[in-house]
Design a protein around this ligand. Structure first.
Ligand SMILES: Cc1cc2nc3c(=O)[nH]c(=O)nc-3n(C[C@H](O)[C@H](O)[C@H](O)COP(=O)(O)O)c2cc1C
Length: 172
């Protein structure tokens, strides 16, 4: 499937929308709920077995996904703001929670992501942060953008350990 060409058209995520997907150990999509398909513009057939990176928007810094994957690989939940690309090239912003679901015997079952709408205040802060991270990343790589992310957290009295609660606190 060709990657959509990004446009400036933003798709609305309403406060009642809860966009859910599940993924296997590699992040390939194993389930999506109807609102996921409605907002992204893809059918279930187009999504199942595809990597979640089908939604990857070029405005997203790599360091955020690096943090996401290192958290869930260690079994920790992560809350992160994500700008996603739709099939028609439009985009939508969400605050995602990705967590690890386990079987009763404690073995890995799948990754589950629930995504909700974000406030104008959070969007403003995160757009600026991600633009800076992307700029640094393009010039000097992910290690450099990781440093910028840590600096941002430190300036706000936070650290990578408080990343999740801080991200949640911005969404008001
Ligand atoms: C359960 C789950 C949900 C994910 N949801 C998204 C998503 O909504 N958008 C996105 O761009 N990446 C999502 N990812 C991360 C992707 O797997 C991938 O790391 C990211 O799109 C960056 O692509 P890349 O690793 O090929 O650079 C998700 C991963 C998991 C495990």
């Amino acid at each position: 499937m060709d990657r959509p060409t990004p446009t400036d058209i933003e798709h609305e995520v309403r406060s009642i929308d809860m966009i859910v997907s599940k993924g296997d150990a590699e992040g390939n999509i194993t389930y999506t709920n109807p609102i996921f398909m409605k907002i992204s513009g893809y059918s279930q057939g187009e999504l199942l077995d595809q990597p979640h990176s089908i939604l990857r928007h070029p405005d997203m810094p790599k360091v955020i996904f690096k943090h996401l994957w290192s958290s869930i690989k260690e079994g920790n939940d992560v809350n992160a703001y994500v700008k996603n690309l739709c099939k028609d090239g439009g985009y939508y912003w969400i605050l995602a929670q990705v967590r690890v679901a386990k079987n009763p015997d404690g073995s890995f079952r799948n990754y589950v992501s629930t995504r909700k709408n974000i406030t104008a205040g959070a969007k403003e802060i995160i757009k600026n942060l991600y633009a800076k991270l992307l700029e640094v990343e393009k010039a000097d790589g992910v290690e450099a953008s990781e440093k910028v992310l840590i600096d941002f957290l430190t300036e706000n009295g936070q650290s990578i350990e408080t990343f999740n609660t801080f991200m949640l606190s911005l969404n008001k």
